[in-house]
Design a protein around this ligand. Structure first.
Ligand SMILES: [Fe+2]
Length: 363
């Protein structure tokens, strides 16, 4: 009974079309354990079935020419094209089976009805219900967040203790992060990240979410999505070397403290450079993600074309994430407020990229 109980929790919607006098009541009762059943006469089959039907179960007399012709007319319509159909055979007669497959059956069951077998077939022959789909999404999402979390631990706990961060570690996490953001929404990613992680982790994971979602929104090649994920994951690696007293300070930083914090770009660059193995563009992002196009950023006061595209994108995501994340001295902003401020940062951020970023920022 466990399987029946489990399946009865689903929200799967099934269409049962029958030409039997009792409307296939016995079958409807069994199918009721697999979802919500709408039982109709085959002569009431709609031209356009509701889009949320997981599949149609056809229980007709396959030796009846009228019934077979009617069902054929309906099921060959475009509206039924992608809908799985399960046919009930009166017995294992070859004729019925051939007829069912000719009518486009994707699976068959036969009388006498075996509830357990039928529910098993329904589960596998018909697509997952939204509920099951959500469970699968949640798993992909949590593996993506977990993979990113491992990198955060390596950066913020192990690296300061002298345990190097290897490029391969980051590359390994990218696949799961890309999958998570492809399958789930950016909002789901952000919610999952907010639930689990410390402030410094959260910021980097937000930036990673924004950068990858942006790349996917722009339909970038997977390799470019990876490059952005990689760069975003390590962009703030240098903050691992900044004293916690400064990172976690709950009041406004003094000028000296701000200067120390600003060194994180150089500290991160030096650490990864010394270690070797990281591509030049990743080092570029680590060192330059606080540069502004008008030359007012740090540490090198780069201007315009001196700032690469990948740095510009990470800077955009980093700025947006920082504006949204309140600290001791600022209030939390709404996405429109944060975007409006970026829009007013005239000459500092890449305008074309900022406009393309609008759907990410404003959902
Ligand atoms: Fe930074």
């Amino acid at each position: 009974m466990a399987a029946l109980a489990e399946l009865s929790q689903t929200t799967r919607r099934l269409l049962l079309a029958s030409d039997r006098d009792d409307g296939s009541a016995d079958l409807a009762r069994i199918l009721g354990h697999a979802g919500r059943v709408e039982a109709i006469s085959i002569f009431d089959l709609p031209d356009y079935p509701a889009s949320d039907f997981a599949g149609v179960v056809i229980d007709i007399d396959l030796t009846s020419v009228a019934a077979v012709q009617h069902v054929r007319r309906k099921l060959t319509g475009k509206a039924y094209h992608d809908l799985p159909r399960l046919f009930v055979l009166a017995n294992a007669l070859y004729h019925g089976l051939v007829q069912a497959w000719a009518l486009g059956a994707t699976d068959t069951i036969q009388r006498p009805l075996d509830p357990r077998n039928i529910l098993h077939r329904i589960r596998f022959a018909f697509p997952e219900t939204p509920e099951e789909e959500r469970a699968a999404d949640a798993e992909v999402l949590s593996s993506g967040v977990a993979a990113a979390h491992v990198i955060m631990i390596k950066i913020f706990q192990r690296l300061p203790a002298g345990i190097p961060l290897a490029l391969e570690d980051v590359v390994r996490a990218e696949t799961q992060i890309l999958r998570a953001l492809k399958r789930c929404s950016l909002k789901q990613w952000l919610l999952a990240v907010n639930k689990h992680h410390k402030r410094s982790y959260r910021h980097t994971l937000h930036v990673t979410g924004y950068a990858v979602a942006f790349a996917q929104q722009l339909a970038m090649r997977e390799e470019d999505q990876r490059r952005l994920a990689r760069a975003a994951l390590v962009h703030n690696v240098g903050t691992a070397f900044v004293p916690l007293a400064i990172l976690d300070k709950t009041t406004e930083l003094t000028t000296d403290e701000s200067d120390i914090l600003a060194r994180h770009t150089r500290l991160g660059y030096d650490a990864l450079k010394k270690q070797g193995g990281f591509p030049g563009e990743v080092l570029d992002v680590v060192l330059h993600h606080h540069e502004m196009l008008d030359g007012t950023g740090y540490p090198d006061r780069l201007r315009g074309d001196e700032i690469s595209d990948i740095v510009r994108i990470i800077t955009l995501a980093d700025t947006y994430a920082s504006l949204l994340q309140p600290d001791a001295t600022t209030e939390a902003m709404t996405p429109p407020q944060a975007f409006a401020i970026m829009d007013m940062m005239d000459g500092k951020l890449d305008r074309a990229l900022l406009q393309a970023f609008r759907p990410i920022a404003l959902g």
